[in-house]
Design a protein around this ligand. Structure first.
Ligand SMILES: [Fe+2]
Length: 176
């Protein structure tokens, strides 16, 4: 797996690049407009094909570059269905994993910061990462030692449990 944490200071947004090292397919989680050139350069440098841009939520605190990246690379925009956003290529729903190469991102509905907010659980390389963005799941997950697999398929984050201690990663605007 290829993994990069990227930070854009104007919007105070963390963006994450995740790619399958075998197929070279990639996703960008919460890419922002101010950093399109950075992200395109990184994809080129690493020899990756951008399959999806993935949003945790739609919010005025960061402006997605999904449309620009779609125009530049042919990527598809994965956006929470609950956002009601236009020009969505892949409506994101809990229970419907997003596959990129040999990796899988599982959307987890985590409303609170916004009504459409989703975190993403990434399985790959024998470990787990959770991209939380602005969801309070980070506090919950780091405070508890989780023993069960995810049991609350459509619940709020307080009811979600993890099979193993996971790496918790915040993304969009978490630095603000
Ligand atoms: Fe936000």
């Amino acid at each position: 797996m290829i993994f990069r944490q990227l930070f854009e200071p104007v919007s105070s947004t963390y963006t994450y690049l995740v790619a399958c090292s075998e197929t070279r397919e990639a996703v960008l989680i919460d890419p922002v407009l101010e950093a399109v050139d950075r992200d395109l350069a990184l994809l080129k440098e690493l020899g990756l094909t951008l399959k999806y841009t993935i949003e945790t939520h739609i919010h005025a605190d960061h402006v997605t570059s999904a449309a620009r990246l779609r125009d530049e690379t042919g990527s598809r925009a994965a956006v929470p269905e609950k956002s009601g956003a236009a020009h969505v290529d892949l409506p994101v729903r809990e229970g419907e994993p997003i596959r990129v190469g040999n990796l899988e991102l599982e959307p987890l509905y985590t409303p609170g910061h916004t009504d459409d907010h989703h975190a993403y659980l990434l399985r790959g390389d024998g470990g787990y990462r959770i991209f939380t963005a602005a969801a309070p799941i980070s506090r919950m997950a780091t405070r508890r030692r989780f023993t069960d697999r995810c049991t609350a398929r459509s619940s709020r984050c307080q009811a979600i449990r993890w099979s193993i201690p996971a790496t918790i990663i915040s993304s969009a605007s978490s630095a603000a």
